[in-house]
Design a protein around this ligand. Structure first.
Ligand code: ATP
Ligand code: MG
Length: 362
């Protein structure tokens, strides 16, 4: 067991150390984040980092710590949802010997461990109200008391909080203290979703490609233009984490086709309803987009079913060869079957999920 834990520990320690130019990219939104990080790092004020899951809240909090005057001090992370309510208080603030049954000795909490460093409270929106009051006191005067303790302790800690919840809504619902909200959001950093910074996708994909090739000792061919286009068009609900995993899979499986199948599958589904600023819903545009998506998915399936033989595919689709070439280009699909580690094409997946169209092969 210990050996297994050791293995796991080294696996997680093996996470990528990201260079600055990769963390911030080129997009305007991330350049604004970089400016805020630069200005905030050196000031001892609480920072609230907001963003969807996988947008890099933890990475940015570490970057703030790394650039701060407390960088030689500890960076202590507390994941609020990972620790059940009652335990979170003792984990954060520690306890005195005899404070409760089982408290055999005094134990300092993570707040004390973070003295002269940074305390990163991940998913703060999940913290119980009773504990929020104690945190408020810490933010107000740097003081707290261990559970069962008679005296207040003083610490010098920079606090960074993160959440993917809308804290204003949590306040309105009575789940989050307004006074705490105003304490933790002296500076707020809003991390953009990856789909809002798609100009950064080629650079990120290339970085992960090189990093994972090296880590797994498997040479990864640079992505084709078509796959890069697909990566840039995808909406990435899991953000950078999802992109990273997608590239890692490509390295392991050695085939661009895996990416094609995965991303194309995700593209098939309800077309998002686009409501214009004036409240109108442009039917023609939405319908056109839906037809394009449908066509693209069907062409891809037929190409796969026919091992990317475009003449056969054109015959199956009952369109001319030239028309198919045009549509392939328009849809950003590869002209040739993507280079694959496998000799034979895999069976075409059920891309449409519930769509029971049978694709003829010859
Ligand atoms: N700016 C970035 N540049 C490059 N890679 C990044 C960046 N941000 C995040 N990543 C990658 O994405 C993964 C997720 O990042 P992180 O854990 O910081 O996200 P998060 O917003 O805290 O997600 P969650 O809300 O799910 O906890 C990391 O493993 C990291 O490798
Ligand atoms: Mg996180």
């Amino acid at each position: 067991m210990a050996k297994q834990n050791g293995k796991l520990a080294s696996f997680f320690a093996d996470r990528l150390t990201l260079p600055e130019e990769i963390i911030f990219g080129q997009s305007e939104a991330m350049q604004a984040v970089r400016r805020t990080v630069e200005r905030t790092s050196t000031a001892s004020v609480p920072v609230l980092i907001l963003g969807e899951s996988g947008t890099g809240k933890e990475i940015i909090s570490k970057e703030i710590h790394r650039r701060s005057p407390w960088s030689q001090g500890p960076f202590v992370k507390v994941s609020c949802p990972a620790i059940p309510g009652t335990l979170l208080e003792s984990e954060l603030f520690g306890y005195e010997k005899g404070a409760f049954t089982g408290a055999w000795s005094t134990k300092p909490g993570r707040v004390e461990m973070a003295h002269c460093g940074t305390l990163f409270l991940d998913e703060i929106g999940e913290m119980e109200m009773s504990l929020q009051a104690k945190l408020l006191q810490l933010l107000q005067d740097g003081q707290f008391s261990r559970i069962g303790g008679q005296q207040d302790c003083q610490v010098d800690v920079r606090i960074i909080c993160a959440t993917n919840r809308k804290l204003e809504a949590e306040i309105a619902a009575g789940h989050f203290r307004r006074d705490l909200f105003y304490r933790i959001n002296v500076v707020t950093i809003n991390l953009p979703a990856l789909r809002e910074r798609s100009v950064d996708i080629p650079q990120l994909a290339d970085y992960f490609l090189r990093a994972y090739s090296q880590r797994h000792n498997r040479p990864g061919r640079p992505f084709s233009r078509e796959v890069l286009q697909l990566l840039c068009q995808h909406t990435w609900p899991g953000n950078i984490r999802e992109l990273e995993n997608c590239v890692a899979r490509y390295i392991i499986l050695g085939s661009e086709e895996a990416i094609y199948n995965e991303l194309s599958q995700k593209r098939v589904g309800p077309i998002p309803i686009e409501v214009a600023e004036d409240g109108s819903i442009p039917l023609k545009r939405i319908a056109k987009q839906a037809v394009r998506e449908m066509e693209r998915s069907l062409i891809l399936r037929v190409l796969q079913a026919n091992h990317w033989n475009r003449r056969k595919a054109a015959a199956v689709l009952k369109i001319s060869y030239r028309a198919l070439l045009y549509k392939i280009r328009e849809a950003g699909l590869p002209r040739k079957r993507a280079q694959s580690a496998e000799k034979k094409a895999p069976n075409p997946p059920d891309l449409a999920g519930g769509n029971d169209v049978v694709i003829p092969t010859e």
